[in-house]
Design a binder for this molecule. Structure first.
Ligand SMILES: Cc1cc2nc3c(=O)[nH]c(=O)nc-3n(C[C@H](O)[C@H](O)[C@H](O)COP(=O)(O)OP(=O)(O)OC[C@H]3O[C@@H](n4cnc5c(N)ncnc54)[C@H](O)[C@@H]3O)c2cc1C
Length: 317
């Protein structure tokens, strides 16, 4: 089922979902299952699986370093298929512009269709680690809007080499990213919202937000989006703080603000076990307010470890 159909079927009830990241190359998928298993009692209608950009690795060879480009966490589609099969739940692979040609994207979408995966998140992807700016891959897309266009084209039987007389058309439900505190590269909130509107006008069916720790930012974003004519569901994506280092890392990587009270609570902690507990409590409070506001889905960034997400979901669902 499509994400939008799940939302419609829930008839105003807030759903629970989460995002996972593929394991590093060579690691066992069982660890992923061990983290998904405890969350299945909360009936997620869909689970997102991220796609990692390729990165530079340095291999020592006779005293010199050879620079290679590789994807350290491949397997997004395989994991989506495995989870769908094992848990009978819809999965949402993240599809990126960065690192993929349009042809590769087309093949990926064809594979998704054969596997019965009919939801995708269309994203640009970040700059590669070690590079300051996002550079479009040769033969790939520059912005997520172009990716949305390609997926919509495929839905109508238009492939890269022409229109086909297809008897089994794909019908992807498309999610895109939204930023309550503005995308880090956008010159202003207004311009970022305009870009989001372009993605929705191109055919995006729903939006999932970047993490935020102050619900007011989400509520204001939803209001502004509505005023800008964006009328698709806007799913809040939230994450519990898990380690002290997040105080610096999250603002640095995502250009988001952390509320003073949360900073204060984390700074009082003696170790990361206490920080994890503060993160859980903060996230429960955030989630309760979002639930009361009637958000369609509470979508959690699990980062692979599910004990904190389980504690949060147990308090709410
Ligand atoms: C819910 C969610 C899931 C994510 N999952 C992943 C993942 O799995 N893997 C991963 O690598 N990253 C992921 N990301 C991160 C995402 O790839 C980055 O935030 C990336 O920098 C932007 O992606 P986007 O799809 O929002 O890009 P876009 O919508 O293309 O926007 C990128 C920037 O360009 C601007 N822009 C858009 N169109 C134009 C235009 N025509 N002209 C000029 N400027 C324009 C926008 O304002 C914005 O500043 C995720 C983010 C979110 C919120």
């Amino acid at each position: 089922m499509k994400v939008t159909e799940h939302i419609k079927k829930a008839n105003g009830k807030t759903l629970f979902s989460f995002e996972i990241i593929p394991p590093k190359k060579g690691k066992n998928i069982k660890e992923l299952y061990n983290n998904i298993d405890p969350l299945m009692e909360f009936n997620p209608p869909f689970i997102d699986v991220t796609t990692s950009r390729e990165e530079f690795v340095y291999i020592e060879k006779e005293g010199l370093f050879d620079r290679k480009i590789t994807r350290m966490r491949p397997g997004t589609l395989g994991i989506c298929a495995a989870i769908k099969h094992k848990y009978n739940v819809d999965t949402v692979p993240h599809v990126l512009c960065g690192g993929f040609t349009k042809e590769e994207t087309e093949y990926l979408l064809v594979d998704c269709h054969y596997l019965g995966i009919n939801n995708v998140m269309a994203l640009r992807g970040d700059a590669m680690k070690g590079e300051q700016y996002f550079k479009a891959t040769k033969g790939g897309h520059t912005y997520a809007t172009q990716l949305v266009n390609q997926i919509k084209d495929l839905n109508s039987g238009k492939y890269l080499h022409g229109v086909l007389d297809v008897d089994d058309k794909a019908d992807f439900c498309i999610g895109v990213a939204g930023y309550p505190e503005k995308h880090l590269e956008a010159p202003s909130m207004k311009s970022d919202l305009k870009r989001l509107k372009e993605k929705v006008d191109a055919g995006a069916d729903y939006v999932v937000t970047q993490m935020f720790f102050d619900n007011q930012k989400y509520f204001e974003f939803v209001d502004a989006a509505k005023k800008a004519g964006i009328n698709v569901p806007i799913i809040p994506g939230i994450k519990p703080i898990a380690v002290n280092r997040h105080l610096q890392l999250l603002p640095q990587v995502f250009k988001i603000d952390l509320p003073e009270t949360l900073i204060h609570e984390v700074e009082k902690c003696k170790d990361n076990k206490q920080v994890r507990q503060v993160g859980v409590e903060w996230c429960i409070q955030q989630s309760k307010e979002l639930l009361d506001a009637g958000v369609p889905v509470l979508h959690y960034y699990s980062m692979g470890k599910s004990d904190n997400i389980k504690a949060i979901a147990s308090a709410l669902f």
